[in-house]
Design a protein around this ligand. Structure first.
Ligand SMILES: Cc1cc2nc3c(=O)[nH]c(=O)nc-3n(C[C@H](O)[C@H](O)[C@H](O)COP(=O)(O)OP(=O)(O)OC[C@H]3O[C@@H](n4cnc5c(N)ncnc54)[C@H](O)[C@@H]3O)c2cc1C
Length: 578
């Protein structure tokens, strides 16, 4: 079946819905989502969205921009960070006006709390910058935007999984999607397509990410020859629930929670004397691993899965119930403890992709180091790299990124689609997707994808995790290439058409394998330590050689690497201390 829309948005998280809201005011817009829209991972975001409102203490957008650049270890494009932080203020008020129920100060203003790496006056001390709705901020954003999209009569195609882009040269003409309920392929002709498909934490064994976070958008782009940017930078969040990876929001530390080792010592005093537990995440996660390696984890066995304590017992029941209710109930459900009485056992968990599909500040996808635009193709949110997070994202800056750049992309698309004609697409445009799926389901014997998926996740966790070395990463690249070969023999066991989740999971596994290979190859290439990329064999940041973005292009079995300059037009890179 062939559909026609001016604008097709792939993904209904915060980025997709904000873009859809703006695009639908200017063009005929459809949103395709492999999940029911409000099940998108944005709904799991807990802690908050940052904006220098200055509601509880003095704050400035300029301080916010500086923190973002420094937090990202100077790999951030600074003009983009300026846009992010300046437009943050209006973005939060827009959300409020559209109905988002933020927590309030006693005077009725939007309340704000502390988060890692957010400081006053260029690093003097923590500042209250995160606006929040208890610990359900993302859930509230998603509900608010979804209601507004329904009001704007956006056409939703729920449980449609996009498997391919329709392209001629450097112009995008639409997408190919599988309808989950029927197994049918649908073609969507569109003047503009925006990918807002979210993150890909499912590359790793222990992750805070939902099962659906498989990086479909970046993988489809990579297979079309579009290079992905800064893929070596993957954030580990310090506080996942031990063994499970389920997130305990940084908001717990924002409200005063403290990390302790087996001696009860607040060890962040030794690593970050000014910001303590609220240092940026890369620093806290590394400090935790250093404690574990020194035998100061709670078990003290120096093993990689030893854990530490997040102590919130002194916060009191009242704060926990009113400001962190979901966290309290996660602790009850998954650990059987009440955080008011017992410390929470935590361990870093794979959390956020700083890299992704390269875009300009209007969300337009670019396909080389010179900034060449792919006509009609846009990306926003976690799958995109604009780049405002550089080598390490600050907490609460992702929800902000979705809203600010989702909105900008939606507005740009609205103008762009007025200038061009509807592209022609035909059934032949689905041929690649069709033959791929036919092979997977041809009934010939072949292994199930599950084993390959487990091996990939373990490899990525152990060899391309928080601390990295050349030999481990080279071994990971080889092993991933072998896994990609084995993947060619995988067959789907379920031969049915309706709700064939087996087929869709195998397609997702293919995407994760491609992105894992690109991540490992990019990480092996970068011979320095910067932000979340920590090389034991190259422990220092090296601005002379490596102050540049990585562009990684998938070419069959290999990854071709090139680079792109970083915009440092406002602040000179300096050593990072907190
Ligand atoms: C547990 C957790 C807590 C977090 N807390 C915070 C926080 O407090 N503050 C903060 O700033 N950030 C937080 N983050 C990060 C932030 O929530 C995410 O980066 C952000 O929500 C991603 O939004 P998105 O719109 O890019 O994608 P998502 O919300 O992940 O949505 C992706 C969408 O793409 C669709 N999709 C994917 N693939 C396909 C396909 N092939 N075909 C069709 N549709 C597809 C999905 O159905 C979904 O609708 C948190 C993340 C996690 C995991």
């Amino acid at each position: 079946m062939i559909h026609q829309f001016d604008t097709v948005i792939v993904g209904s998280g915060g980025a997709g819905l904000y873009a859809a809201l703006e695009a639908s005011e200017r063009s005929k817009t459809a949103v395709l989502s492999k999940l029911y829209p409000i099940r998108s991972h944005t709904g799991a975001a807990q802690g908050g969205i940052s904006a220098a409102l200055g509601n509880v203490e003095e704050d400035k957008a300029e301080w916010h921009a500086f923190d973002t650049v420094k937090g990202g270890d100077y790999l951030v494009d600074q003009a983009a960070a300026k846009i992010l932080t300046e437009e943050a203020i209006q973005a939060v008020y827009d959300l409020e006006n559209r109905g988002l129920p933020f927590n309030r100060t006693p005077e009725g203003k939007i309340d704000q709390r502390r988060f890692g790496g957010h400081t006053r006056n260029f690093g003097e001390g923590p500042v209250r910058r995160a606006c929040y709705a208890a610990d359900r901020t993302g859930h509230m954003i998603l509900q608010t935007l979804y209601q507004q999209c329904i009001k704007n009569e956006v056409a939703f195609f729920d449980e449609f999984q996009v498997v391919d882009l329709i392209m001629t040269d450097t112009t995008c003409n639409g997408v190919v999607a599988v309808e989950l309920a029927t197994g049918e392929l649908h073609l969507f002709a569109a003047k503009a397509v925006l990918f807002a498909t979210g993150g890909f934490g499912r590359m790793f064994k222990i992750t805070s990410n939902a099962y659906a976070n498989t990086g479909d958008g970046p993988a489809v782009c990579a297979r079309k020859g579009i290079p992905l940017m800064d893929m070596e930078f993957f954030q580990f969040h310090p506080t996942g629930i031990m063994g499970l990876g389920i997130l305990i929001s940084e908001a717990v530390r924002g409200e005063g929670g403290i990390l302790r080792n087996r001696d009860g010592h607040r060890f962040m005093e030794d690593y970050s004397p000014t910001l303590l537990d609220l240092a940026p995440r890369d620093i806290v996660a590394r400090s935790m691993l250093t404690e574990v390696r020194a035998g100061k984890g709670i078990r003290g066995d120096r093993k990689i899965d030893d854990y530490l304590h997040l102590d919130a017992t002194h916060l009191g029941k009242e704060t926990l119930t009113t400001k962190l209710p979901d966290i309290s109930s996660f602790c009850q459900t998954y650990l059987g403890i009440d955080p008011a009485d017992s410390p929470i056992p935590v361990l870093p968990t794979a959390h956020y992709a700083m890299g992704g599909i390269p875009t300009d500040v209007h969300g337009r996808v670019i396909c080389d180091g010179q900034g060449t635009i792919v006509n009609g193709l846009y990306a926003a949110g976690e799958c995109a790299c604009v780049s405002v997070h550089g080598a390490n994202r600050l907490g609460t800056n992702s929800l902000l990124d979705l809203v600010v750049f989702g909105r900008r992309a939606g507005i740009h698309i609205g103008d762009y689609v007025k200038q061009i004609d509807m592209p022609q697409v035909s059934a032949a445009d689905a041929a690649d997707a069709q033959s791929w799926m036919a092979r997977l389901t041809d009934g010939s014997p072949g292994p199930h994808g599950g084993r390959i998926s487990e091996e990939m996740q373990t490899l990525m966790m152990e060899k391309v995790g928080i601390y990295r070395t050349a030999s481990e990463m080279a071994a990971a690249v080889d092993a991933l290439q072998a896994l990609r070969e084995r993947y060619q023999t995988v067959r789907v066991q379920d031969s049915g058409k309706q709700f064939n989740t087996d087929l869709l999971e195998v397609i997702e596994l293919g995407n994760l394998l491609d992105l894992s290979l690109i991540t490992a190859a990019s990480a092996l290439n970068r011979q320095e330590s910067r932000g979340a990329h920590s090389r034991e064999d190259f422990p220092e940041r090296d601005d002379d050689r490596w102050l540049k973005h990585t562009l990684a292009q998938l070419a069959g079995d290999i990854v071709r690497l090139s680079d792109k300059p970083v915009d440092t037009s406002i602040w000179e890179p300096k050593p990072r201390t907190y």
